[in-house]
Design a protein around this ligand. Structure first.
Ligand code: HEC
Length: 196
């Protein structure tokens, strides 16, 4: 056979090279997920609020005000949306939301509607904090491994939160969100950050 003609030193060099390459790929892949900070839960399985979300990567601020929805908007507040930075870095590299991704959505009332720059919508007061967390190990049966939480609607926010039932939150995200249950269509920052 052809391969038997390859001198032994070259064969072992090739094997060694392939081994090193495989090892590099494995450790590199693991490292990328290991770098993700990830969620923490208490003994009852409730999500522990991680502080500092206002310093995470700001990805967008959707608004569906009452005044544009006959006074009956389902979510009439501003939503300031932030992604935990280690998960964001992974997304920039791979275009995927790694296990452990946390997205915070802080609710703010609509404040002033007049400014020196003109008539519009300006953010008022903080009035709620919600998290979306991707954890396929803990929640293998939830769509995409995503679970949804609310830390209440008044400052100071609750310290822990229980996951909502799938039909309360996840089902709408499954049906209408553009990418892996996240409303990517409303986050140009996130779209621009993915691999080209
Ligand atoms: C009727 C559909 C619907 C339901 C039900 C719903 N959401 Fe959302 N959610 C949205 C939309 C649309 C956005 C993006 C635009 C916005 O924030 O208004 C969003 C965005 C989010 C985000 C930011 C990350 C992302 O995926 O874009 C979080 C966090 C979130 N929702 C949490 C929740 C929680 C917690 C519940 C359950 C209490 C819930 N959602 C229920 C439609 C829904």
């Amino acid at each position: 056979m052809f391969t038997t003609n390859i001198p032994l030193p070259i064969k072992s060099f090739t094997a060694l090279f392939a081994g090193i390459l495989l090892l590099f790929m494995l450790t590199h892949g693991l490292k990328a997920e290991e770098r993700v900070a990830g969620p923490k839960y208490d003994a009852q399985g409730q999500l522990i609020r991680i502080d500092g979300w206002r310093q995470w990567v700001f990805i967008g601020a959707p608004l569906t005000p009452n005044s544009l929805n006959d006074g009956k908007a389902a979510f009439p507040e501003f939503h300031n949306v932030y992604m935990e930075p280690t998960a964001f870095a992974h997304y920039v590299e791979t275009g995927r939301f790694p296990n452990g991704t946390m997205i915070a959505k802080e609710l703010l009332s609509v404040g002033d509607t007049e400014a020196v720059s003109g008539t519009g919508y300006f953010q008022g007061d903080f009035q709620g904090l919600e998290f979306a967390v991707k954890d396929t190990k803990r929640f293998p049966n939830e769509p995409g491994g995503w679970t949804y939480y609310s830390f209440g609607h008044a400052l100071p926010y609750e310290k822990v939160a229980k996951a909502f039932p799938t039909e309360a939150c996840a089902s709408c995200h499954v049906a209408a969100a553009e990418y892996d249950m996240v409303f990517l269509q409303y986050y140009p920052v996130l779209k621009a950050a993915g691999p080209k």
